[in-house]
Design a protein around this ligand. Structure first.
Ligand code: NOJ
Length: 786
């Protein structure tokens, strides 16, 4: 069982000032229990054929060859990493490339909506289609392994710099859509590297620096299972062939050498069939990481040796059993067979030179059939949270005023070409461009806003390479041309002049975030001032926020002149095109918040802040996940905090009513403390996925516009948080019509992790069931008795 060291708890309660800094890592030994040896690839039914083929191929490899494919080589292509190869056996090695929102830093690919946008769509089929088409682009360029999707960070820290790459801070929503993403990418023939395993919830101290180790995410066993591991289990159940271990430490042991997490949980309890790759530079030991279950070290390995020669030596001198190296190779090669990469797969990284300007034969990866899903993807992740005085949809306005730095395309697009050639940095690129917003100067790390134009993704390795950008102002101009609307714009001034005869003022702001830094806050004074200044003279002010994470609105949300507010998230390259269709009612809003918008920062767990290195742990920063399961809406429920906009909330152009809740327990469901004997399949014990109850409810469209509704099911598991999301479904409901929504509850959905028996337990008793439109609007209530 994972638990905090009693010594550390004692220390925490003593006066920090009186305690000298801990300088020796041995102080923490035992906090993450040892689990050895590393279990070999199981080769269970869904992987049996690939396993058998891999065993046959690997048996022909020498020890040198096996060791050589476990390490990364400096790529000759634009792949983010390449493994060694075995030309003698025609095994080409693997090209691994970023990331989860589109293939990065190359030409002829698309810039897809980001993870947070997928989360806001709550649309399983769309998540699958996005993944299938995006995966096709990776395959066309010969990328064997896509470095995504992101399910960690989950979003524990509201200011987290990479929350936007992930889907939602709710594990059920995140896991469902991550599962669809894995299915889609892998059906296209590309292995997913689900990342970052695990507890990678902040950028601050993510990597060791000087004498300071990476932050340790201290997570108890129950919280690990019921919250942070949950979406990984979904991804494995969907067949994920690769897991990336994270930079941080967990319970004071580096994730990429944590035997409890890799050998114990991933490769035993969750029956993982594929291989574990280190995050780039995330390997910190040789023998220890090999024995703890790491299979591939990226982008190269000083520990295992540039060709794996140190692994070889370790086997030859008896320090490491050869079967571990054989298992590493088997897992790597099996993923290649499992995705069908042994036949007809393009050459690794084809058409992706190491730098875009180097000569290369173009490889066109943009499939015309992707267009539909790029636009739908962009449309569905917009969330309308305020709409008064019939502000939206717009009706052929005579004069529209457009304000804010986020309305136009970034100026770099005019000189840099349509690709993310700078790894996403173009969003806030040239210092000179920032000069007109002096408040940004001198800020350490990532600025809170990208002041140079609209954002369609966040920054860092999760940024994508859009083929073009449809910025809001581009699409507004097109629509104005159609409607004969006059436009007035000012993107520069924080207090722009307003023409009093304007029909509406559209204000565009953003909240930027990038890998490497946590955000400096959840709202910024410049953007808030801009909105307030416009609203002071414009009684119909409509605010659109491109937000790479949670963005607070309480500085101005109750202002009656602010008539509509949209969280537009990160829509990918068709951003403006999609937004205009929504603003003008050609399409209806259908997204809902995949997180809670608080009234104040202080309303979030730990004030939304990352943990800092503090004495006596200055050299070993600690982040205690002592709130357990209670993050986001579960925390708001627990502490009785009223949010500004609750998890799951979103408006559209109609209204819905809910009726006819039916709850049916399936026959023969056993509530024995230990689940019935059942094999372990990828994701855990097979019976966890058995349906134990079914729920139906009727949703009626009470307005006169056909719109999609996302009905949500929450369960109160005895002894747990008041409610937890355990079902959702998105269906179009015709105006005046109704639709029956159905939800299957699986054994895992109702179970809790029992730390004593180290198993999931389905308790007998009464479970509250709610169905409704959001986590705080749940008109239907009933009970399931098990
Ligand atoms: C580090 C990032 O954490 C990871 O997400 C990414 O895939 C690798 N770098 C490779 O670029």
């Amino acid at each position: 069982m994972v638990s905090f060291s009693p010594w550390r708890i004692l220390l925490l309660s003593a006066s920090a000032a009186a305690i000298a800094n801990i300088t020796d890592d041995s102080y923490f030994y035992g906090q993450s229990p040892p689990v050895y040896p590393s279990p070999p690839m199981p080769g269970s039914s869904s992987w049996a054929a690939a396993h058998a083929k891999a065993v046959a191929l690997v048996s022909q490899m020498t020890l040198e060859e096996k060791a050589n494919i476990t390490v990364g080589y400096s790529p000759l292509t634009g792949c983010s990493g390449e493994t060694g190869s075995v030309p003698r056996l025609n095994w080409p090695g693997l090209c691994l490339s970023d990331a989860g929102n589109g293939l990065r830093a190359t030409d002829f690919v698309n810039g897809w909506p980001s993870g947070i946008h997928v989360g806001a769509s709550w649309d399983k089929n769309l998540a699958y289609q996005r993944a299938l088409h995006m995966g096709g682009e990776f395959k066309t360029k010969g990328v064997h392994v896509a470095l995504g999707p992101v399910v960690a960070p989950l979003g524990r820290v509201a200011e987290g710099g990479r929350n936007w790459e992930g889907i939602s801070n709710d594990p059920y929503l995140c896991g469902s859509l991550a599962g669809e993403t894995v299915r889609g990418i892998q059906e296209a023939g590309v292995t997913t590297s689900v990342k970052h395993y695990i507890g990678y919830e902040q950028e601050t101290n993510r990597n060791p620096a000087g004498d300071v180790a990476s932050v340790s995410a201290n997570i108890d066993d129950k919280t690990l299972h019921e919250l942070y591991l949950w979406p990984f289990a979904d991804a494995l159940h969907a067949g994920a062939g690769c897991i990336m271990c994270s930079y941080n430490r967990v319970n004071n042991s580096y994730s990429c050498q944590n035997s409890k997490l890799l050998n114990g949980i991933l490769k035993t309890e969750l029956g993982f069939e594929g291989f574990v790759v280190s995050d780039w530079g995330g390997q910190h030991t040789g023998l220890a990481s090999a024995e703890a279950g790491l299979d591939v070290a990226m982008p190269s390995s000083s520990f295992w040796g540039s060709t794996g020669q140190n692994l070889l030596q370790a086997v030859n001198n008896g320090s490491l059993v050869e079967s571990r190296v054989t298992d590493m190779a088997t897992r790597i090669v099996a993923s290649w067979y499992q995705m069908g990469q042994d036949s007809g797969f393009p050459a690794g990284g084809v058409g992706m030179p190491s730098a875009f300007y180097k000569p290369h034969t173009p490889v066109y990866a943009r499939d015309p059939s992707s267009k539909e899903f790029l636009v739908d993807g962009a449309l569905e992740g917009h969330v309308l949270v305020k709409n008064i005085n019939n502000a939206l949809p717009l009706q052929k306005p005579k004069l529209l005023s457009v304000f804010g730095y986020d309305a136009p395309a970034p100026p770099e697009m005019n000189v840099g070409g349509p690709n993310d050639l700078l790894g996403g940095t173009w969003f806030y690129g040239y210092e000179s461009e920032l000069d007109y917003l002096p408040f940004l100067e001198g800020l350490p790390g990532t600025p809170q806003i990208a002041a140079n134009g609209t954002i369609i993704s966040g920054g860092g390795s999760g940024a994508n390479a859009p083929a073009y950008i449809s910025a809001p102002f581009d699409a507004i101009k097109e629509q104005a041309y159609e409607d004969g609307t006059s436009l007035y714009w000012d993107f520069l001034n924080v207090a722009p002049t307003v023409d009093t005869s304007t029909d509406a003022c559209l204000v565009f702001i953003n909240a930027f975030a990038s890998e490497g830094d946590d955000r400096a806050g959840l709202h910024d004074d410049y953007s808030d001032a801009l909105i307030k200044n416009v609203a002071a003279s414009c009684p119909n002010t409509i605010v659109t926020i491109h937000n790479a994470g949670i963005r607070l609105v309480d500085q101005w949300i109750e202002n009656p002149n602010i008539t509509a507010v949209i969280f537009a998230h990160l829509p990918g390259q068709d951003s403006g095109r999609a937004l205009v269709q929504l603003l003008y009612g050609q399409q209806s809003f259908s997204g809902k918040l995949p997180y809670t918008v608080a009234k104040n920062e202080s309303d979030y767990t730990n004030g939304g802040k990352p943990s800092l290195a503090e004495a006596p742990y200055t050299y070993f920063p600690q982040s205690d996940f002592s709130e357990g399961l209670y993050i986001d809406y579960k925390y708001f429920d627990q502490k009785n905090i009223t949010p500004r906009y609750e998890f799951g909330f979103g408006l559209t152009y109609t209204t819905f009513s809910y009726s006819d809740l039916e709850i049916n327990k399936l026959d023969g469901v056993s509530t024995a403390p230990t689940p019935p004997p059942s094999p372990v399949i990828p994701g855990g014990i097979a019976s966890l996925w058995d349906v134990v109850a079914q729920v139906t409810a009727t949703v009626t469209n009470t307005g006169n516009v056909t719109c999609a509704e996302i009905a949500q099911l929450y369960v109160g598991i005895p002894g747990g948080p008041v409610k937890q999301l355990r079902g959702f479904s998105k269906i179009g409901v015709p105006a005046g019509g109704n639709v029956t929504f159905e939800f299957d509850l699986m054994r895992r959905d109702l179970s809790t992790w029992d730390t004593c028996s180290q198993g999931w337990v389905l308790q007998g008793g009464s479970y509250n069931i709610w169905v409704g439109a959001s986590s705080r609007n749940l008109p239907l209530e009933g009970t399931l008795t098990l």
